[in-house]
Design a protein around this ligand. Structure first.
Ligand code: ZN
Ligand code: ZN
Length: 466
């Protein structure tokens, strides 16, 4: 706004006949935002990027052979899309592999069950009686030793919600349930998938074992299989054989892949758009998170097609290994912590390909935030102060003081597909994806063209709340 006011004064002084607020400053930025928005809604770049990644690379489990192909793919794609600078930064982590998995009910009602190992689970075969709990709290309340030689089964049904809030409990069961079960003496762990899918597909996702515990095989059942197991348990004791062939195997070095549209006036000031390049191995990682890769790469590309570069740099980061613990995001924040003040604002697309309905930021210059909100409003996006938060890979950057924006996607169907074999390209609506692209292009342009701050400032690492 300051620049516009100066120009307005200058025009009044020289009695320039041209309308003072058009063609320059904030008004010009808004005009460009409006044309970007319209172009993006008709643009297929995001779709073509998602199609390319999910078709040519397919599933890209961190540390797998496909991880390396995805890194090469991302570098080539940034170059193909006209980015000014493309580079990689190494990220090293332990490698987990899935080789095989099965489960069967034994005895009078013998039958197979559809399961998938949780990421981080050890391999092994256990045959034991099932003990069912309807929540993590119920498992925690079980007496010590009460699961000796048994398999714990947590059968919590995750509710469907636009903001994905049901995942809080579902995700906690996956991450904390196995350790709780081990503490009670269990030899195996089963959970109803943290999912809303009625299909016979099971959902993976990382789990962790607390220090000092001996890990046990841990897996998730599809929802129909969890229902089946619950019905069998109503008829009497049930024994299950759970056989997992998976586990940790050495270390692997992948890469964050970074492309930049270099700013014309303040190239050191960065507007960061993030998504993660890795995926789980069961589907092709279309909504998690090829869609985010497509949206962010295409947003930078559209801005790069404008007649001149934005004032600030737009940096798109395809993060390595989000799925197993935000490894790429943590490494990025570690490497760039000293430069956090120059990360003017960051946003991440990692909640599928549903339409964006809400916008918020961690703070910043109120008129600048309001201008961005105004430019997003024609896309059906409401300014929702107090809502949202930083995406997973930018949360370590936020923890060291980076400002964030939130472009909240409709996640009503997200957990039908997330981390299961149904996460494939056909589930993405190209029109919804284009609305996402428009939102990211408008946001990135407005934030990069502005000279306003959003509150990024170094914060002591011990304040980190990631
Ligand atoms: Zn994700
Ligand atoms: Zn995921």
């Amino acid at each position: 706004m300051r620049l516009a006011m100066l120009l307005l004064s200058a025009c009044l002084l020289c009695a320039c006949p041209r309308p003072a607020l058009s063609g320059s400053g904030d008004a010009a930025a808004l005009d460009t935002a409006a044309s970007l928005r319209e172009r993006a809604l008709a643009d297929t770049t995001a779709w073509r990027v998602v199609e390319s990644l999910t078709t040519e690379i397919g599933p890209r489990l961190a540390g797998s052979e496909a991880d390396a192909r995805a890194v090469a793919w991302a570098q080539a794609k940034f170059r193909e899309l006209g980015y000014d600078r493309v580079w990689t930064e190494p990220v090293t982590f332990p490698r987990w592999e899935r080789r095989g998995e099965s489960a069967q009910v034994l005895g009078a009602h013998a039958q197979p069950l559809v399961v998938t190992a949780l990421g981080g689970s050890p391999g092994g075969t256990v045959e034991a009686e099932i003990v069912r709990f309807d929540s993590l709290e119920a498992l925690q309340a079980a007496p010590a030793g009460s699961l000796q030689g048994r398999i714990a089964f947590v059968d919590h049904a995750m509710p469907r919600a636009r903001d994905g809030s049901g995942y809080g409990k579902g995700g906690a069961i996956r991450s904390r349930g196995p350790s709780e079960a081990i503490r009670k003496g269990a030899v195996g762990f089963l959970m109803r998938s943290a999912s809303t899918s009625p299909q016979r597909v099971a959902n993976t996702g990382i789990t962790r074992f607390d220090d000092g515990l001996e890990p046990v095989p841990a897996a998730a059942l599809s929802l129909p299989d969890a229902d089946q197991l619950a019905r069998l348990l109503q008829r009497g004791p049930v024994r299950v054989r759970l056989a997992l062939d998976c586990g940790w195997d050495g270390e692997y070095t992948s890469h964050n892949v970074i492309g930049e549209i270099t700013g014309r006036d303040a190239p050191q000031e960065v507007v960061l758009l993030g998504a993660h390049l890795d995926s789980w191995d069961l589907g092709t990682g279309a909504i998690d998170d090829a869609s985010g890769i497509g949206i962010t790469m295409a947003a930078g590309h559209l801005i790069g097609q404008l007649p001149q570069r934005p004032r600030r740099t737009i940096r798109v980061v395809a993060f390595a290994n989000e799925e197993q613990g935000l490894l790429g995001g943590r490494e990025y924040a570690r490497r760039h912590a000293a430069d956090v003040a120059n990360h003017v604002i960051a946003v991440e697309s990692d909640f599928g390909a549903g339409r964006i309905y809400g916008f918020n930021t961690s703070g910043g210059d109120a008129p600048a935030v309001a201008r961005i909100a105004g430019a997003l409003a024609p896309l059906g996006i409401a300014h929702l102060p107090g809502k949202g938060g930083p995406g997973p890979d930018i949360s370590p950057l936020a923890a060291v003081g980076g400002a964030w924006a939130w472009l909240g996607q409709d996640g009503t169907r997200y957990f039908d597909l997330h981390h299961n074999a149904d996460d494939t390209l056909d589930k993405i609506d190209p029109a919804d994806l284009a609305q996402n692209l428009a939102a990211y292009a408008v946001f990135a342009w407005m934030a990069a063209e502005s000279d306003a701050g959003f509150g990024s400032a170094p914060k002591p690492a011990n304040d980190a709340d990631e």
